[in-house]
Ligand binder design. Sequence first.
Ligand code: ZN
Length: 265
Amino acid sequence: MKQGMRRMVGAAAVALAASLALAPAASADPPFVPEGKGPGLPVAAQPLVGVRIAVDPGHDGGRAEDPEAANRPVPDGRGDRVACNTTGATSGDGYSEHEFAFEVGEQLATQLDQLGAQVWMTRTDDEGIGPCVDRRGTFAEDNDVDLMLSIHASSAEDEDAPGFVAVVAGPPLSDSQGAPSHELAHSLVQALEDAGFTANQDAQDPVVERSDDATLNFARRPAVLLELGQLHNPEEAEMMRSEEGQQRYVEALTEGVITWVREHR
Ligand SMILES: [Zn+2]
C-alpha cells in the first residue's frame, strides 16, 4: 500500500513538473518522492520527520529547445527584470551546471526523503526549461516548506578559484531572508567545511548577500543558494562530476539541514 502510494506520488510529481512552466504551483502540490527507492529508514533514524523542504536544482537543461521561453523577462523581485532561466556555467570539458545541479539536487531530495522529510523539487528532470527563476522562489511559500536549498555551481566567467559560497538574499525583503536564512547558510557552511570542502578564497565570507538572485528575492521561507564549486577549475569540476564528490556534497548538505532543524524546532 505504502509502496503503491509512493509510486503514484512520484508520477504526480513528474506531471506537476511538466505543468510548472505554465501554471502557478497550487498549495496542495504533492511532495516529490524519488522513484525506485525502498521504504525510508526506521522512524528512530529519521531526524527530519515533519520537515518540509524545497530543493531547487538551479538552471534548466532544455534552453536550446525553446530559447524564446528561456529568455522571457521575469521580475527579479527588486524592480528589475531577468531572463526566465539559463543553463548556467560549463566546465572546460563540457559538464554543465544544470546537470550538476540536477544530479546533486535529486540525490539530496532522495536522502532527505529517506530521513523523513517531505521534499518538493522545483524540477524533477533535466529536460525543458522548468519554472522561471521568480517562480522557483515563490515555490517555497506555495508548498509551505520550512526551508529551501537552491543548488548551483559558481559561474563567474573570469575566475577559476575553487571553493563553495552560500548565498542569501540581501538586503532582506522579508523576515525569513534575515536571521533564519543566515542561520541556515551558516549551518550549511559549517557542515561543508566539516566534510572537507573549502570556501571560495575570493569571497570575504563564505556567506554572501546578493540582491540580484530572483529565486532568493522571491522566497518567503528560509532559503539559501549554494554555489557548491567552481566548474571553471578543472580539478574541482572533476570532483563535482564524480559520484563520490556528489555523494559528499549530499551528505554535507543533509548534515547542515539537520543541524538547522534541530536548532529551530
Ligand atoms: Zn547558477
